[in-house]
Design a protein around this ligand. Structure first.
Ligand code: NCD
Ligand code: ZN
Ligand code: ZN
Length: 463
């Protein structure tokens, strides 16, 4: 037998087991897993002695800005950043230009991304209410990974781009959906059976408070937080859960940032509704207190909240209320991020630091390595119906593998990031535990931090 790749002597980690074995890869799939050596040679051989082998890590929430604002980031760079950070699959968010509102734009996006993909990729569709309810089933057929609704956002009449800081006197703008239109959207998306991710911030409340507070304390994070309070997330999650109960939509709460959010989601789950949730490293490792040190780069929507929220989110991780962690990778240029807290854009890089930060949490005893595998691989794969193609190390699964060294020390540095715009809140963070090899479809694309292979990623669609 001539294998494509043999990975020897690594300790394989799944959510339920840890064992030492050799992995044999053929034609992009895991062909055998065996404690004893099998016969045959291979094009590539990896000695993983002393290292841990995880099913390829998945980042379900990435804004690569491609097409559209490619001066900030593009798919070539974001997928290099992903590979450098041990991620083998990313799901690309739909607020691109064109936005992913129709099958035509979905197909264009597949073509656009394919040749730049250093890792595998899925594509989210967008929900725009009346503007594209009729497109949701065709988009599902075409293979979107899920649907995102930016709740409360207006869109441009011609381009369907999201409008930030909406006011009623704007021209060429379609006002945010009212609750009736949102309810119909829930009914339509329920028919697709796909995960329905919502950006949960109540824009009426935020606009109202912003008008009251904006002129005060221009660079005071807590004043800004008062304009986008916990209540904004709580209200939208509450409405979303009520609509999901009524319609059967498979509601997924994106980037949960509050204790109130975690509580509502937990209660709905306890009542037996299939509501799911994700959170991001910034809600796990930062609080409002960090603004003094880190400054405007840590502005992200929803805002990073308080210590009590951070603690509740960790509880949500540990009791399973929150089923996975993703980056919300949303780069802007350093010039754009350098300005008044109230007006600079929200978002920062994250795809490259997601796994290192979570591995560091393992080294600090916050979670186990097996939990990390659930949070970054198995659970997202199951959520988006790509398991067991992804999210596991089994014979027949795709050969997407992340090899980590739990003892490796690393300092995150802004200038080392692979993204086009290098914006991170974690500059200077000291990490113990790093991804040292990223294997995509059987081929090593990253080794010891270096990208060593051309784009080979493939589109991932739900089964
Ligand atoms: C995201 C972006 O910039 O695209 N920004 C952010 O702060 N999270 C949008 C989003 O995910 O809501
Ligand atoms: Zn969002
Ligand atoms: Zn996002």
């Amino acid at each position: 037998m001539r294998w494509d790749h043999i990975i020897r002597n690594g300790e394989i980690v799944t959510p339920s087991a840890t064992y030492t074995a050799n992995i044999y890869i053929k034609d992009g799939k895991i062909a055998a897993i065996n404690e004893e050596e099998l016969n045959g040679d291979a094009k590539e051989i990896t000695d993983a002695s002393g290292l841990h082998i995880l099913p390829g890590l998945i980042d379900t929430h990435v804004h690569s800005r491609d097409g559209g604002a490619t001066y900030k980031e593009d798919f070539y760079h974001s997928t290099q950043a992903a590979a450098a950070g041990g991620i083998t699959t990313i799901f690309e968010m739909p607020n691109t230009n064109p936005t992913i509102n129709t099958v035509e734009n979905f197909k264009k996006q597949v073509n656009n991304l394919q040749s730049k993909a250093h890792v595998n990729f899925g594509i989210w569709g967008i929900c725009l209410g009346d503007l594209n309810n009729k497109d949701l089933l065709p988009l599902t057929e075409a293979g979107v990974i899920g649907f995102k609704y930016f709740w409360g956002y207006a869109v441009n009449k011609n381009t369907f781009q999201l409008v930030y800081n909406y006011s009623e006197d704007m021209v060429d703008v379609i006002a945010p959906c009212d609750d009736g239109q949102v309810f119909e959207m829930f009914e339509e998306v329920a028919k697709t059976g796909r995960s329905f991710g919502i950006h949960a911030e109540n824009s009426d409340l935020i606009n109202h408070l912003t008008k009251q507070l904006e002129q005060k304390d221009a660079d005071d994070y807590n004043a800004f937080l008062a304009s986008r309070p916990n209540l904004a997330e709580e209200l939208t999650i509450q409405t979303g859960i009520a609509m999901a109960k009524q319609t059967g939509a498979r509601l997924h709460i994106l980037h949960v940032s509050t204790a109130e959010g975690v509580k509502l989601i937990r209660e709905a789950q306890q009542e037996g509704y299939p509501i799911t949730a994700e959170t991001c490293p910034h809600y796990l490792f930062l609080t409002n207190e960090d603004y003094r040190e880190i400054g405007p780069v840590m502005k992200v929507y929803p805002l990073v909240k308080f210590k009590k929220d951070q603690e509740a989110i960790w509880e949500g991780i540990n009791d399973g209320t929150i089923s996975f962690v993703c980056s919300d990778h949303a780069p802007h240029t350093s010039e754009e991020k350098d300005g008044d807290l109230w007006t600079i854009p929200a978002g920062m890089c994250g795809v490259e630091t997601l796994a290192p930060l979570m591995l560091n949490a393992v080294s600090e005893g916050k979670i186990t390595l097996q939990q990390l595998v659930a949070l970054l691989s198995e659970n997202p794969a199951k959520q988006f119906d790509v398991y067991p193609q992804k999210g596991t190390i089994q014979v027949g699964s795709d050969a997407d593998i992340t090899i980590v060294n739990l003892n490796k020390r690393h300092v995150i540095k802004t200038e080392d990031l692979h993204s086009k715009s290098k914006i991170t809140a974690y500059d200077g963070f000291e990490i113990t535990g790093m991804p040292v090899q990223t294997i995509v479809n059987g081929t090593t694309v990253m080794k010891n931090g270096d990208i060593i292979f051309k784009p080979l990623g493939e589109l991932v669609t739900p089964k």
